[in-house]
Design a protein around this ligand. Structure first.
Ligand code: NG6
Ligand code: CA
Length: 506
């Protein structure tokens, strides 16, 4: 039979349709081929008890609760470290931070992720995703002395992100400028930026010498350059037009996040939305002032909660909720006085940022790393509470497994069933880290090996978790780690030490 041109075209359409039908069906059967958008909302220093759905504190976070109440809320979800840079390193690489000597709190440092290392955004990009980070970075920039007046590289764009709009380190560290794809926003070459963490630039005021210029007083550290009335860590000169406005930071990151979603929504995308709240200096926009009655720390959490609600509505308006996984968590536990006198301690009232847990940010005790941890996927993840042990270090492997990528990291587990499919079990063991010291959680037991150093940091008033003796706790009966069983249960102690040494390789 001879086809006329029009018939030939119809034949093509017929076979094309048949092909599409077959491939669609095979997609349906093979759930591995799902490519939902991945959005990780990463708060900075948000405590387990700061989120009201965890039923611990007195703050109200209705927008996070709405997501938690339609998703899986993990009660044993961990960050990999009790401080920021190591946690972020582990989340992105799936490698324990104590394996990388440079994964400590960074100040003006160079990039600590090797550009040849596998990362979550690289894995996703290799699988056809657009990848973007908006918010705090704090993983270092460049590979030699950073020149902020030129394109800065390597940075997020060299370790897997197609797009980056970042605050380089923290809100309390200079330079107080945003960097988009390696370029300082609003850079004026007639007013170049210089940065030093050693000494001040001649003639410029500092928090230490000019307290009369401050709108927020420092308590410990934080007495370098004054920017927007706030004294910072380090010294900065120039870049007047490029300096961020602290009270607008949350709105700026949110605006950029929405803009990013609008740009990439036609393809699968990964958005790492890394909020700056409630890290110091806490500078909620005036419209949130007073809403918590806990001063700037509480107000900043209300502001972060609002941002999360706005992001959710934006996804909803764009019909993206069914096809987007939202993960909400925090980089480390809470701290009240982290260097500024902002009344976080005085105005706390009955609120308990650490929940029932002992310690806080910087601590080897539970509150250092046990954080809010919520997964949401409309129509897929059920409303439930899970007590299984999960860690941010598992994101890379779990997401890879979910989307059918073969990439795996060194230390992550494939917990995609548990995180995204309402079934499966979590980890048995997890190494916890705080300021380069490590501990082991194994099932419901905690082992903290002996460490030198102060028991409590006099500035933050947080217990470090360190002791000259072994500590052994059974979280089943002692969630607040009050009864050290190291002496009374030598058998368990030995088993835990062996397990710890097995993993840590000592
Ligand atoms: C500490 C800062 C603290 C905070 C922290 C980093 C002082 C005295 N303290 O060195 O304020 O910036 O670094 O926090 O300077 S993190 O959440 O990014 O790890
Ligand atoms: Ca942090």
């Amino acid at each position: 039979m001879i086809f006329h041109p029009i018939q030939t075209e119809m034949k093509h359409i017929f076979f094309l349709n048949l092909f599409l039908l077959v491939s669609l069906n095979s997609c349906k059967d093979n759930t591995k081929l799902e490519t939902p958008n991945i959005i990780i909302v990463y708060a900075d220093d948000l405590g387990y008890g700061d989120v009201s759905s965890y039923n611990q504190g007195t703050l109200n976070t209705p927008n996070i609760d709405k997501i938690a109440n339609q998703g899986t809320r993990f009660t044993s979800g961990y960050s990999s470290s009790a401080t920021c840079s190591p946690s972020r390193y582990a989340l992105l690489t799936g490698t324990y931070p104590w394996r990388n000597k440079r994964a400590k709190i960074l100040t003006g440092a160079n990039l600590i992720i090797d550009t040849t290392e596998m990362t979550l955004p690289k894995m996703l990009r290799n699988s056809g995703y657009k990848t973007g980070i908006i918010g705090k970075w704090h993983l270092g920039l460049g590979d030699k002395k950073i020149n902020y007046n030129k394109k800065i590289s390597p940075g997020p764009n060299e370790v897997g992100f197609d797009y980056s709009f970042i605050m380089p380190d923290t809100q309390d560290r200079v330079p107080t400028v945003y960097i988009e794809n390696g370029n300082v926003i609003n850079l004026d070459l007639h007013d170049p930026i210089s940065v030093s963490f050693k000494k001040n630039f001649e003639g410029l005021p500092t928090g230490k010498e000019n307290p009369e210029l401050l709108t927020m007083m420092w308590d410990h550290g934080h007495n370098g350059s004054i920017i927007n009335g706030i004294p910072r860590i380090g010294f900065m000169k120039g870049g007047e037009k490029a300096k961020w406005v602290d009270i607008d930071m949350a709105d700026e990151f949110l605006k950029q996040a929405k803009k990013y979603i609008n740009t990439v929504k036609e393809s699968p995308f990964f958005l790492f939305y890394t909020l700056q709240q409630p890290h110091v200096p806490r500078t909620p926009h005036p419209r949130f002032e007073g809403l918590s009655s806990m001063g700037p720390r509480g107000d900043a959490i209300i502001e972060a909660d609002w941002c999360i609600g706005e992001l959710y509505s934006h996804l909803e308006k764009n019909d993206l909720l069914e096809n987007s996984i939202i993960i909400l968590t925090s980089d480390n536990g809470p701290v009240l006085n982290d260097g500024y006198n902002d009344y976080a301690v005085e105005k706390l009232g009955d609120h308990t940022p650490s929940g029932n847990f002992r310690g806080g940010k910087y601590s080897l005790f539970e509150a250092g790393t046990r954080v809010p941890f919520i997964t949401y996927w409309k129509g897929k993840i059920k409303t439930q509470v899970s007590d299984e042990i999960v860690s941010q270090i598992d994101f890379l492997n779990s997401i890879a497994s979910l989307i059918g990528s073969k990439t795996r990291s060194k230390d992550g587990k494939e917990l995609d069933n548990l995180l995204f499919k309402n079934s499966g079990t979590g980890r048995k063991d997890l190494i916890l880290e705080a300021q380069t010291k490590t501990a082991l959680r194994s099932q419901n037991w905690i082992l903290i090996p002996p460490y030198e150093g102060p028991k409590t940091n006099p500035n933050t008033n947080i217990e470090s978790g360190r002791s000259k003796n072994y500590q052994l706790y059974n979280l089943n009966f002692d969630i607040s780690q009050q009864n050290n069983l190291a002496n009374s249960n030598s058998e368990k102690l030995k088993e835990m030490i062996d397990r710890y040494q097995d993993i840590i390789g000592k």
